[in-house]
Design a protein around this ligand. Structure first.
Ligand code: SOE
Length: 392
């Protein structure tokens, strides 16, 4: 679909997307909408790539892509492709991104950057090399584009919370509560790298770094798999990744963050809860109410203090003026439109999009540290069982 069929202008940026499942659907929705709501360089949704010829052809027609293909290598070699949007499973990120960057294509890749630290390091190096030739790259931590979280970052950076001390971050889902939920690529270390840790702790840790503008200096972690086998196509299969993860992060500023992620938090559907506590104020956020931000100004007289609800839907708020009048709330999918808008503007102006592959590598290093700490089990103290009567 050509975003500017009417007027001539700079050459059209041909876009190819690899993958058309959940993230491919969310990104396609954003590619179809972005030019209707934001000023972006001219582009065309040229090719959708997938392994199943019939499936990808049907998805291309449904999601507004001009063509479909099954060979990503052939597609990234095309002269009419300038952008590659990688929505494939994590095990494919590194190979496709490194090849696309080497072919001079701008790359947007879904989070987490990679399945392993080694892959992430190779991707960041490839991005650094490509950038010298004006080739841009970005990792898709889309929650940075929630208006309420962009506002939260502004308030923190303006000093409205003062010195940040205590951060509580929890990303809770429950789509794996049923032990009969079948095996998928997300539950196999070979294809996913890790479980809740890489999938949703990556978002959570990126948010801590994004909001505070800080660095992590110490990590302790724990991983757990509650359901070790799940129904596979030919009988039970081993789950080789975590269902839940816990981490305590020390930041360079002295703040301490607790991070908790779970795919078995019964009743929590897609709840990324963030609580930021400073000596002058505090912020509360829940992705399941993504238009709202709780803000407490501790500089007010105590008798007036309390968390107030900011409905982040005024034209003054980040991204909001592109959509509807105040109070007409937006949704989860809008964050991808914001993300692709920022990516396209960066490509069009020849500037580095954020978050960069280096930002993605920073998250990957922290994930690897959580895994290393969890494997060491050094912080786990065994408590022998005792009954109160014994101590009498
Ligand atoms: C599954 O946990 C998932 O789809 C994540 O992979 C996404 O990054 C998150 O935005 C929603 O949940």
């Amino acid at each position: 679909m050509n975003s500017q069929e009417t007027s001539p202008g700079p050459p059209l940026l041909g876009v190819a997307m690899i993958g058309y499942a959940f993230m491919g659907k969310a990104h396609s929705n954003a590619w179809r909408n972005v030019a209707s709501y934001f000023d972006v360089p001219a582009f065309e949704q040229r090719v959708l790539v997938g392994r199943d010829p019939e499936g990808v052809a049907e998805a291309a027609a449904k999601y507004g892509w001009a063509e479909s293909a099954t060979d990503w290598r052939a597609v990234i070699a095309r002269d009419d492709i300038h952008i590659v949007d990688i929505c494939a499973p994590g095990w494919m990120h590194a190979e496709i991104a490194i090849a696309a960057l080497a072919a001079g294509k701008h790359v947007l890749v879904e989070k987490p950057l990679a399945n392993t630290l080694a892959e992430a390091e190779a991707m960041a190096e490839a991005a650094r090399t490509a950038r010298k030739d004006g080739v841009q790259s970005m990792v898709g931590f889309n929650y940075r584009r929630v208006p309420a979280l962009a506002l939260a970052r502004e308030l923190i950076q303006e000093g409205r919370l003062g010195t940040i001390r205590h951060v509580r971050a929890a990303y809770l889902q429950d789509w794996l509560v049923d032990p009969e939920s079948p095996m998928t690529w997300r539950l196999n270390r070979e294809t996913a790298g890790s479980g809740a840790l890489g999938d949703i702790a990556s978002h959570t840790i990126d948010q801590v770094l994004f909001l505070l503008g800080d660095q992590v200096t110490e990590v302790s972690g724990r991983l757990h798999t509650f359901t070790s086998q799940r129904p596979g196509s030919d009988g039970p299969e081993e789950v080789t990744v975590d269902d839940a993860a816990w981490a305590t992060l020390t930041l360079a500023s002295g703040a301490i963050a607790s991070v908790e992620v779970s795919r078995v938090a019964t009743g929590q559907k897609n709840s990324l809860k963030l609580e930021i506590y400073g000596d002058k104020g505090a912020l509360l956020f829940d992705l399941e109410n993504l238009n709202e931000l709780g803000f407490l100004d501790a500089t007010l007289p105590v008798r007036e203090q309390g968390f107030r609800r900011i409905l982040v839907n005024e034209p003054e708020h980040p991204y909001v003026d592109a959509w509807w009048p105040q109070g007409h709330v937006i949704g989860w999918e809008h964050t991808f439109t914001h993300e692709i808008r920022d990516f396209l503007v960066a490509v069009g102006t020849g500037t580095q999009p954020s978050p960069s592959f280096e930002d993605g590598l920073t998250v990957q290093r922290i994930l690897a540290a959580v895994e290393e700490s969890a494997a060491a089990k050094s912080s786990i103290i065994q408590l022998s069982p005792f009954a109160l009567t014994e101590r009498a």
